[in-house]
Design a protein around this ligand. Structure first.
Ligand SMILES: [Zn+2]
Ligand SMILES: [Zn+2]
Length: 245
């Protein structure tokens, strides 16, 4: 499914979204779905007339297993680089290994079991970096959902890849998703930063891409969004009551 010229959403993924950027220089995958989605990604690449060897780079919006499921295999088969932000990785100096990590992750033992395996991080991407993809794929470090969440912006094409920072149903943005490690203050600052960007299309981590008027829709959401959940306010009131002297 072509969302915009050269920008494809991999069809048939049930849980999360993955996007393929197609250009003569090779293919870039943004996120990879859940374990098992690799076959669907390969099949779609074949349908477009590309083999696995055309895949050059896999950029992850964050390290959650529902977005990085098959990327280890895809990278092994194609030689593609796995790129991710430092804050969603762990590093062991003794072995020089760096792998994907997210708060609340069960121990990554390197077993060949989905969710318990180690997925290598080959390249660290940083805020402000521009990857040589489709005229410049800009990296924005947008912590909140996870410490190392990034959004990817193609200003020339008016497209923003949001990962789980923003979800949408095709018409409207959804409110943020909380996970272990989610920091609401960072989340808010990141979403407000995104609202300052100019984009038409938002390719989201779950749900349906929002095709037009991305910036306007996001500002609308921010106007109506209550960042402090009522439960949190309640909790603070109790805490003050119990601990205040
Ligand atoms: Zn996530
Ligand atoms: Zn997700």
């Amino acid at each position: 499914m072509e969302v915009r010229p050269g920008i494809h959403q991999i069809p048939g993924l049930r849980w999360s979204n993955a996007f393929l950027l197609v250009e003569d220089a090779g293919l870039t995958l943004i996120d990879g779905g859940v374990p098992g989605d690799g076959t669907k990604i390969l099949r779609y690449m074949n349908r477009l007339g590309h083999g696995i060897e055309d895949l050059r780079r896999i950029v992850l919006t964050h390290s959650h297993p529902d977005h990085s499921g098959p990327v280890k295999e895809l990278s092994r088969l194609s030689g593609a680089t796995i790129s991710v932000h430092r804050n969603d990785t762990r590093y062991r100096r003794k072995t020089g290994e760096r792998w994907l990590y997210y708060p609340g992750q069960p121990p990554a033992l390197g077993w060949n079991v989905p969710f318990l395996r180690r997925i290598p991080a080959h390249e660290i991407i940083e805020d402000g970096q521009v990857l040589p993809v489709m005229g410049g794929l800009h990296v924005l470090h947008t912590p909140g959902h996870t410490p190392g969440s990034v959004c990817l912006h193609l200003p020339e094409h008016g497209v923003l890849f949001t990962g789980d920072m923003l979800l949408a149903n095709g018409h409207r943005f959804h409110r943020p998703v909380y996970f272990p490690g989610t920091n609401l203050g960072h989340y808010r600052a990141s979403v407000e930063r995104l609202a300052g960007l100019s984009f038409e299309t938002a390719c989201v981590g779950h749900g349906k891409p929002l095709l037009d008027q991305g910036t306007e829709r996001l500002r609308e959401m921010l106007d109506n969004y209550l960042w402090v959940s009522p439960r949190w306010t309640e909790f603070k009131r109790w805490a003050r009551f119990l601990f205040h002297r």
